[in-house]
Design a protein around this ligand. Structure first.
Ligand SMILES: *Cc1c(COP(=O)(O)O)cnc(C)c1O
Length: 384
């Protein structure tokens, strides 16, 4: 089977992004590569290879299925950490495999202790704290019970981490909220230290927090979006501009290129409507290239009459509505375009470039969402 489009993943771009993050965090802090959401659409299999080649030995996933996938492809015995979902019946296998996981309520804690005891293997747990994100995490009011439980069971479990997650460190409008979360975290940490409940790693920062709130860096940072070469928001980029290694030069490089080919070329007469419905009428005689990528492949319908791609080194506009499996592009002004020619949906062709950001601005989708919507079955290839 040959697919209708392809993704290329640049290992070199990832190394560059990690060099930049490293320059921000110093030599000692561990970088955990966040690979949830099929590695933000890049593919877990491909990213495990890319990440390990960049020298990183720690992965974060949302759920256990992703953790098993990382384990399957890891060649370097990297650490794997689950930040969210797992089923109780899987805990024994996860503990045996040495995969660590977040514990955010007493139920999961008790289960982890019971299973660790019966296996005789200390489960590796990260205690997640509620500091103001209000998703998961132990409440401040439960600190005493938690400290007691952890002390009582300390010989059966391994306290890998004390962690939390910030609600919107990528936007200055959340400044007060994030600052208050940092304070709550530090109060918890102080409390546990006084009770002599000590953890191997203290970790709180995602990409935006790492870049904008350096006090959140601690023993480990959990880097998702920046590793893939995107600023969490424009604001984070502006916040860093003055301190970039090379003045005003963006140190983050996109890894992903999305390519397809021209499937068919068609002439349309002035006055004809293009595609479904009547959203686009040809005002002149036009020539169109039909490309076999549609909303069923993650090319959003919101890009109807909006999106652009590169063909023959030139920008071409999407005309009409995005279909399930295809789009029509205006190539009236281009010469010598043939069936089979390369089409770039995201990435560079010649000296022009389609960025994911330009995409998302036109559809109000954030980078994260567009990337994770790229279907799993588009072939992905790592390039060096
Ligand atoms: C997704 C996630 C991250 C990574 O966030 P980025 O903004 O992509 O760097 C870090 N920590 C937790 C708990 C997450 O869910």
């Amino acid at each position: 089977m040959i697919a209708t489009s392809f993704l290329e993943i640049s290992a070199r771009a990832y190394r560059q992004n990690i060099r930049y993050i490293r320059s921000e965090i110093g030599p000692k802090t561990v970088i955990s590569a966040v690979v949830k959401g099929n590695a933000y659409g890049h593919g877990i299999q491909q990213m495990v290879e890319v990440v390990e080649k960049a020298g990183i030995r720690h992965f974060s996933t949302f759920s256990s299925d992703e953790a098993w996938e990382v384990l399957k492809y890891s060649k370097k015995k990297s650490e794997i950490m689950i930040m969210g979902m797992l089923y109780p019946e899987e805990l024994a296998d996860l503990i045996k495999a040495g995969i660590s996981f977040y514990v955010f309520d007493f139920q999961r804690l008790e289960l982890a202790v019971t299973i660790s005891k019966s296996l005789g293997i200390p489960g590796k747990i990260h205690i997640e704290l509620e500091t103001g994100f209000h998703r998961t995490g132990f409440e401040w009011s439960s600190r005493e019970r938690l400290a007691k439980a952890l002390l009582a069971d300390s010989s059966h479990i391994s306290l890998e981490g004390l962690c939390t997650h910030f609600a919107g460190a990528e936007s200055i409008s959340n400044f007060v909220r994030v600052k208050s979360q940092i304070e709550v975290y530090l109060r918890f940490r102080e409390y546990f230290t006084q009770k002599e409940v000590l953890f191997k790693k203290y970790h709180t920062a995602c990409s935006a927090a790492t870049l904008v709130f350096p006090e959140t860096i601690m023993d480990m940072v959990r880097i998702g979006i920046a590793g893939y070469g995107f600023w969490p928001t424009k604001e984070t980029f502006y916040a860093k501009l003055h301190s970039l290694p090379k003045a005003n030069k963006n140190p983050l490089k996109r890894l992903i290129t999305w390519k397809s080919t021209v499937m068919s070329i068609k002439q349309v007469k002035k006055g004809e409507f293009i595609g479904y419905g009547n959203s686009f009428m040809a005002l002149n005689n036009m020539r169109l290239a039909i490309v076999p990528v549609g909303y069923g492949h993650g090319y959003s319908r919101l890009l109807s009459n909006q999106g652009q791609v590169l063909i023959g080194g030139q920008y071409c506009q999407v005309v009409g509505t995005v279909m399930m499996n295809a789009i029509a592009l205006n190539i009236t002004k281009l010469k010598n375009i043939e069936v089979g020619d390369e089409v770039v949906l995201i990435g560079k062709q010649g000296n022009k470039e389609i960025t994911v950001a330009s995409f998302s601005e036109s559809t109000q989708q954030v980078n994260y969402e567009l990337l994770t919507r790229l279907p799993k079955d588009i072939p992905r290839k790592v390039i060096s």
